[in-house]
Design a protein around this ligand. Structure first.
Ligand code: PXP
Length: 241
């Protein structure tokens, strides 16, 4: 069954809107754990628009499940990651002007730059996952880098308009997932997953981790964090039966 990684960036987004101390993403992490989260995920962006270094430090001390740090393969952020030592780092592409992570990391085109970062994380004993589009060349490049996992970008599946399009994107994710599993990589997926579209993804054979943020935080505003996480977890459990 897929584990649930809850991305709590948006809690920090609300706090940073007023540059105040609340809501604290650390509280959200505790409630997410109570709701059944298997992983707490945060993205420390170069511009620190939501999650701050302090959050990652406190989460490292308080989170009792896996702590997954999403980050660009940049020197400055790599130093922070090496210092705080989360359980897992997921390398993502990062552009300052984007609203959210828009596509997978192009490892094929940035192999040497990404390798420098991956080597340092692996040497420090941090698990490395690569956030990539569901494409064979990117999966094989991730394997070549020594990463233990790939997180396949589910954005095109989430954005598909017609049933046929959605089926095609799902088939592509399944095929790419099988390549990753054959290569001995852990298989993660995420981006754009919601209470309405998560079940076919959670039912994919071998998918070990789903990282979900926006949809859970959006529901949490209405029903509370713990309940929002529990409801997502229930769908994942149901999908894997
Ligand atoms: N996985 C990765 C690598 C991401 O960058 C994000 C967005 O921060 C997510 C998953 C979660 O995406 P969403 O907020 O659309 O659920």
């Amino acid at each position: 069954m897929a584990e649930l990684g809850v991305n709590i960036d948006h809690v920090a987004t609300i706090r940073q809107a007023r540059r105040t101390i609340e809501p604290d993403p650390v509280w959200a992490a505790s409630l997410a754990e109570l709701g059944g989260a298997d992983t707490i995920t945060v993205h420390l962006r170069e511009d620190r628009r939501h999650i701050q270094d302090r959050d990652v430090r406190v989460l490292k001390e308080t989170v009792q499940v896996k702590l997954n740090l999403e980050m660009g393969a940049e020197e400055e952020i790599t130093k922070v990651a090496l210092d705080i030592h989360p359980d897992q780092c997921t390398l993502v592409p990062e552009k300052r002007e984007e609203v959210t992570t828009e596509g997978g990391l192009d490892i094929v085109g940035n192999f040497d730059r990404v390798k420098k970062c991956v080597d340092q994380l692996l040497t420090a004993g941090i698990e490395v996952s690569m956030f990539i589009d569901p494409a064979e060349d990117q999966i094989l490049a991730s394997k070549k880098l020594g990463a233990q996992a790939v997180e396949l970008h589910t954005g095109r599946y989430a954005d598909a308009v017609t049933g046929d399009e959605r089926k095609q994107e799902l088939d592509d994710l399944i095929a790419a997932g099988n390549i990753a599993l054959t290569e001995g990589l852990h298989l993660h997926m995420g981006h754009g997953l919601t209470y309405r579209n998560v079940m076919p993804i959670a039912a994919i054979r071998g998918v070990g981790e789903l990282n979900i943020g926006h949809s859970i935080v959006a529901r949490a505003v209405m029903v509370g964090f713990e309940r929002a996480v529990r409801e997502m977890k229930e769908l994942i459990v149901r999908a894997s039966r």
